[in-house]
Design a binder for this molecule. Structure first.
Ligand SMILES: Nc1nc2c(ncn2[C@@H]2O[C@H](COP(=O)(O)OP(=O)(O)OP(=O)(O)O)[C@@H](O)[C@H]2O)c(=O)[nH]1
Ligand SMILES: [Mg+2]
Length: 447
C-alpha cells in the first residue's frame, strides 16, 4: 500500500482535482480542486470568458460554462488561501449529477494543468498547512466511516477528548523538563518528597490514559459491528427467526427440511451496533451433494461468527446439541407455541423459549443478543487503531518509568518518560512518511 502513495507530491501544492461525491446519477455532483493556480486552471478549462478573480470568495455563484460543444450552468464556490479546507486556493463546482459530466469537467481540468488528486489528498494538504492535526484528519475519515448514529456520536466525542491526550502529553513534557534539570546535578540527592511528586504525576497521567483507552477498546464494536450466525438442525425455524430479526421475508421458509443451502446475510442495527445476521443450512448428516456443501458453509460461518444463536425445535424428541467449541453461544428453543418436549426440557434446561412464528419471547432474545457483546460505555469514543496503539505504547513506557523511579534508576526513568512523550506526540504529528501514506490511502478520493 505504501509507496504508491506519494506524500511529497501532496506537499508540493500542485493543482489537484477530484470528484467529491460518489460516482453515479444524483441530483448534484461536486468537483473539488485545490492548489497553486487552481482558480486560473478552472477558468481556462471551463469558462475562459468569465474572470474568476472577480468572484467573491466563499460565495456560491451561478456560472455558465462550456466544454467543447457542450454548455451548461453550474454553481461555483471559490476559496482563497489560507481560508479554505486545505489552506490553499480552492474551487468547488456543483454540476448536475451525471457521472459523464463529472468526468468531462475533471478531464478538461487535467488538460489545463491540474492532476487527479490522491485519496484523502485534500485533507492531507489541510494537515500540511496546519489546518488540522493528524489526529483530526483521521477523525474526518472516521466520521465518514461511522456506520450508525451511535458510532458517529462516539467519533465526535473522541474529537473533543483528544484534549485529554494533548494535556497528558503537556504534563509529561513539563515533568521531563523538571526531571532532566534535577538530573543535571547528580550530586544533589533527589528528596523522597520530590520522588513522590514525580510518581504521583506519572500515575495521574497513566490513569487518564487508561481510562481513555478502555473506552476506546470497548467501543470498537460500534465501528466494526458484530457477526451473528443462526444455526441448528434442519427445519427448526432458523430462517423464520432470521426473517423476524431482519424484519423482512429475506430467506425462504418451508416445511421441508433442508430448505436453506446458501448462507444468507443481512445487516441490521441493534442498539447502535451494526449487526450482520447470517442464516445457514440445517446441520445434520446429509447425503445430497448441494446440502452437504451448504452444511460445510454453515460450519465455516459458525467458525467466523462473534456470536452463534443455536436454534432447537421445541417439539423434537431427539434434539441435537450445538457443535463443540463455540465460544459465544445462545441456545433458543423455538416453536414454543407448539409446546416443549420433555427431552428438550431435559437437554436444554437453561435455554430461552421463543416462537419465531408468533414472536413470543422474541424481544427477550434480542436483549440477550445485545448483552452478548461487551458493554459499550455511555461515554464511548471511537479512535483509529493507530491512536489506540500509541496510547498503549505510552502506558507501557509510563509503567517502566514508575518502576524505575521507585528503584532510583533515574536514567532509565528519564528514557521511559521520553518514550511516552514521543508516543503521545506521534498522535498529533507523525514524522514517518509511510504512516501518512497508510492513513490517507484509506480515504475517499476528493476528501
Ligand atoms: N409453529 C411454529 N412453526 C414454526 C416456527 N418457526 C418456524 N416454523 C415452521 O417450521 C418450518 C420450518 O421453518 P424454517 O424457518 O424454514 O426452518 P429452517 O430451520 O430454516 O429450515 P432449513 O432451512 O430447512 O434448515 C416452517 O413450516 C415454519 O413455518 C414457530 O415458532 N412455531
Ligand atoms: Mg432455512
Amino acid at each position: 500500500m505504501t509507496g504508491s502513495y506519494d506524500i511529497l507530491r501532496a506537499f508540493s501544492g500542485e493543482p489537484i482535482v477530484a470528484p467529491a461525491t460518489p460516482r453515479g446519477k444524483s441530483a448534484i455532483a461536486i468537483v473539488r480542486a485545490s492548489g497553486e493556480g487552481i482558480i486560473d486552471v478552472f477558468q481556462r478549462a471551463i469558462a475562459p470568458n468569465k474572470d474568476f478573480r472577480q468572484i467573491a470568495p466563499n460565495r456560491a455563484v451561478v456560472i455558465d460554462f462550456a466544454i467543447g460543444d457542450f454548455s451548461d450552468r453550474a454553481v461555483v464556490v471559490v476559496y482563497r488561501a489560507p481560508k479554505s479546507y486545505t489552506g490553499e486556493d480552492m474551487v468547488e463546482l456543483f454540476v448536475h449529477g451525471n457521472p459523464v459530466l463529472v468526468d468531462m469537467v475533471i478531464r478538461v481540468c487535467i488538460e489545463h494543468g491540474a492532476r487527479m488528486a490522491m485519496p484523502g489528498e485534500f485533507t492531507l494538504r489541510a494537515v500540511a498547512h496546519g489546518k488540522m492535526s493528524l489526529a483530526d484528519a483521521e477523525l474526518v475519515n472516521q466520521t465518514i466511516e461511522a456506520p450508525t448514529r451511535r458510532a458517529l456520536v462516539a467519533v465526535k466525542r473522541a474529537g473533543r477528548e483528544n484534549q485529554i491526550l494533548r494535556s497528558a502529553k503537556d504534563k509529561l513534557w513539563k515533568l521531563l523538563v523538571e526531571f532532566s534539570a534535577a538530573l543535571e546535578f547528580p550530586e544533589d540527592e533527589v528528596s523522597p518528597k520530590q520522588r513522590e511528586q514525580w510518581l504521583t504525576q506519572i500515575r495521574e497521567v497513566s490513569s487518564d490514559l487508561k481510562e481513555f483507552l478502555s473506552r476506546a477498546k470497548t467501543s470498537r464494536v460500534l465501528r466494526e459491528g458484530v457477526y451473528v450466525a443462526i444455526a441448528g438442525e434442519p427445519n427448526v425455524g432458523k430462517s423464520t427467526l432470521f426473517n423476524r430479526i431482519v424484519g423482512a421475508e429475506r430467506a425462504i421458509v418451508s416445511p421441508h427440511p433442508g430448505t436453506t443451502r446458501d448462507v444468507i446475510e443481512a445487516t441490521v442495527e441493534i442498539d447502535g451496533v451494526p449487526v450482520v445476521v447470517a442464516d445457514t443450512a440445517g446441520i445434520h448428516d446429509a447425503s445430497h451433494p448441494v446440502e452437504i456443501e451448504g452444511i460445510r458453509r454453515a460450519h465455516n460461518t459458525l467458525a467466523d461468527a462473534d456470536l452463534v444463536v443455536w436454534v432447537v425445535d421445541g417439539t423434537s424428541e431427539t434434539p441435537k446439541p450445538p457443535p463443540e467449541g463455540i465460544e459465544n453461544l445462545i441456545v433458543v428453543i423455538n416453536k414454543a407455541d407448539l409446546g416443549v418436549s420433555p427431552e428438550v426440557e431435559r437437554k436444554f434446561p437453561d435455554a430461552m423459549k421463543i416462537s419465531a412464528l408468533t414472536g413470543e419471547g422474541f424481544d427477550d432474545l434480542v436483549e440477550k443478543i445485545k448483552s452478548a457483546w461487551v458493554d459499550i460505555p455511555e461515554q464511548a469514543v471511537i479512535v483509529p487503531i493507530r491512536i489506540e496503539m500509541l496510547v498503549g505504547e505510552a502506558l507501557d513506557y509510563l509503567a517502566q518509568a514508575d518502576d524505575a523511579l521507585q528503584n532510583d534508576f533515574w536514567d532509565v526513568a528519564q528514557v521511559a518518560i521520553e518514550g511516552a512523550d514521543l508516543a503521545l506526540g506521534k498522535i498529533f504529528d507523525e514524522t514517518d512518511k509511510d504512516i501518512y501514506a497508510e492513513i490517507f490511502d484509506n480515504f475517499c478520493i476528493g476528501k
